[in-house]
Design a protein. Structure first.
Length: 236
């Protein structure tokens, strides 16, 4: 089992299927990548970025970490954003959290997870910042759902604050930042209504998303996501 032969076998089947469906795909991908999206999501094995949105290799640049955090001091995440914005010229950055996130739950319960607890300190900051709103929710499941949502909204704000994102907006580069959440229970995305296409839009979008949305994952699913945002005039 050292060779993990089953994974190589599945890889050959996968590559053959893609070659059948799109004969030129791998040849073209070997030359260049031109993804339209940057996905910032949780490392959770149940939230596979490309699969959820049905995208092929080459269509989405992906950065994942535990609890989908965007920290100014995290060189890994910040360079992924900068490369996606400045070099790849992605038009959309999607921060996608998920309900039932183990990292967020650990913060909510005060569970000590060694090194991971240090990584999750920004989530503790989100919890403290919105403690009053969370305290009004009935049970732990609803508080966890809402903290997962609030964490996404806060990370959207962090993306918007990144120098490269501000720079893109300053030079009128088309770039929209979205906040979504994924439900493990039904495989569907929900739009958290925080959709920012320019520096001046963040404050109102943030305030609306933080205060207006009913907690607990009861919001509408993403029916078109990016298209919905375009329809609202935010995609330009
Ligand atoms: Zn997670």
């Amino acid at each position: 089992m050292r060779e993990l032969s089953e994974l190589f076998a599945q890889n050959r089947i996968w590559a053959e299927r893609l070659r059948t469906e799109s004969p030129d795909l791998f040849r073209e991908l070997a030359q260049r990548q031109a993804p339209g999206y940057l996905w910032i999501g949780c490392s959770d094995s149940r939230v596979p970025a490309n699969h959820i949105v049905g995208l092929l290799p080459g269509e989405m640049f992906v950065h994942r970490n535990v609890a989908n955090l965007v920290c100014p001091q995290d060189l890994n995440c910040q360079t992924a954003i900068e490369f996606a914005v400045d070099a790849l010229k992605v038009r959309h950055i999607i921060v996608c959290g998920h309900y039932g996130c183990g990292g967020v739950q650990a913060v909510l319960r005060g569970t000590s997870l060694g090194l991971l607890s240090r990584w999750l300190e920004p989530v503790e900051g989100v919890r403290r910042q919105h403690a009053e709103q969370l305290a009004h929710l009935g049970d732990e499941t609803r508080r966890l759902d809402r903290l997962c949502e609030l964490n996404v909204i806060e990370q959207v704000a962090q993306v918007c604050a990144a120098a490269c994102v501000q720079g893109a907006w300053d030079r009128s580069q088309a770039l929209t930042v979205h906040g979504w959440i994924y439900a493990l229970s039904d495989g569907l995305l929900r739009d958290l209504g925080v959709c920012v296409a320019g520096a001046t839009e963040l404050e109102a979008a943030y305030r609306t998303a933080v205060t207006a949305r009913p907690p607990g994952g009861t919001g509408p699913e993403v029916t078109g996501g990016v298209a919905d945002c375009a329809a609202s005039g935010a995609d330009r």
